[in-house]
Design a protein around this ligand. Structure first.
Ligand code: F6P
Length: 361
């Protein structure tokens, strides 16, 4: 066995699941167990399981046959311990002290958290509380700062692209506008990339507020040029120019009052402006479910083994990241409370425009 500063660590998966989580768990745990002889405690359902000390010692056998499996063998939740004011411990109301107790009771030298922005932000806050934490960047949204890519993104991109491909034939058969709403939270990575990969005629992302008149003129022009159908890719976080001028609170209120998601509104606006029959597909959780594509398996495995090597070195308080093709550790403090949106000058925006895609502006 190689030398290791860490002897026992806890591991959990938190936030929305993403393809590649099991590959990452396998990467961390196999390396930790087989190369360094570490003991691993798996916590169930994210930070909630840690607060409730729902855990088990992970056995090597549990890591077999999971590389290609979707979801997470540990389960997940959206528990945010630093925001949970209802959690009561013997010492009073504190989810954070429950976590500290579980950390101590299990004799942990470090906690490895696999998740998105919220998960890594909580990791940073726990590090401030004195715990050793290492994070891994997981999300289909690809919206974590300091890493070029997150695992889960490529699988969701493949699913969304396949869906756009399939919509082409039915759109052309009926001479319709097909609106497809894609996930991505407040970032446009998934819609932009799937829009380019699938040849979307219009792609709406949160970073570029849309003007329905521009979209309508683009679709009408296509029709005049003999293009009898169109595909419109809409990010779930897309917004109009008018909405972009609202303050955060008013915008949130208006969105909550909407009876359906943004894709339906865009389709209705297109029909009203152009008279072209429009239909909507909300792709939803299909983007997160199922087996990870090869890219995500490889990326998650690499992130996992890198995390195990950081555990061995005692290189705590960091998130594993990919920067210019190199695996690096970035301070969790640099990740906390940030979100990586698509920069307006990003080359993919340029590519989309160059191939004639309307971005709604
Ligand atoms: O962050 C991943 C994601 O799938 C987003 O794209 C989406 O907005 C959100 O999670 C959905 O969250 P939930 O699983 O809580 O419905």
């Amino acid at each position: 066995m190689s030398k290791s500063v860490t002897r026992t660590f806890g591991i959990l998966t938190s936030g929305g699941d993403a393809p590649g989580l099991n590959a990452a768990i396998r990467g961390v745990c196999r390396t930790a167990m087989d190369v360094y002889g570490m003991r691993v405690i798996g916590f169930e359902h994210g930070y909630r399981g840690l607060m409730e000390n729902r855990s088990r010692v992970l056995q090597p056998g549990e890591l077999s046959g999971i590389l290609a499996r979707g979801g997470t063998i540990l389960g997940t939740s959206r528990e945010k311990p630093f925001k949970d004011k209802n959690w009561i411990t013997d010492a009073g109301p504190s989810a954070v002290s429950a976590i500290k107790d579980a950390y101590k009771a299990n004799g942990l030298d470090c906690l490895v958290v696999l998740g998105g922005n919220g998960t890594n932000t909580t990791g940073a806050l726990l590090a401030r509380e004195g715990l050793n934490v290492i994070g891994l960047p997981k999300t289909i949204d690809n919206d974590i700062v300091e890493t070029d890519i997150t695992f889960g993104f490529h699988t969701a991109l493949t699913v969304a692209t396949d869906a756009i491909d399939r919509l082409h034939s039915t759109a052309s058969s009926h001479n319709r506008v097909m609106v497809i709403e894609v996930m991505g939270h407040k970032a446009g990575w998934l819609s932009l990339y799937s829009g380019v990969a699938g040849g979307g005629d219009v792609v709406l992302i949160p970073e570029i507020p849309y003007d329905i008149n521009c979209i309508a003129r683009h679709l009408e022009e296509r029709a005049l040029n003999g293009k009898t159908f169109s595909i419109v890719v809409v990010a779930e976080g897309a917004l109009s120019v008018e909405e972009s001028l609202l303050d955060k609170k008013t915008f949130k209120k208006q969105r909550e009052a909407m009876s359906s998601s943004i894709g339906y509104r865009v389709a209705r606006e297109i029909e009203e402006e152009t008279g072209i029959e429009s239909r909507v597909t909300v792709l939803g959780y299909l983007q997160r479910g199922g087996t990870p594509v090869a890219f995500d398996r490889v990326l998650a495995s690499q992130f996992g083994t890198a995390a195990a090597n950081m555990l061995a070195l005692g290189d705590y308080g960091k998130m594993v990241a990919l920067q210019d093709n190199a695996l690096v550790g970035v301070s969790l403090e640099k990740i906390a409370n940030k979100i990586k949106t698509v920069p307006i000058e990003h080359r993919m925006i340029e590519t989309a425009r160059d191939v004639g895609t309307c971005l709604g502006d």
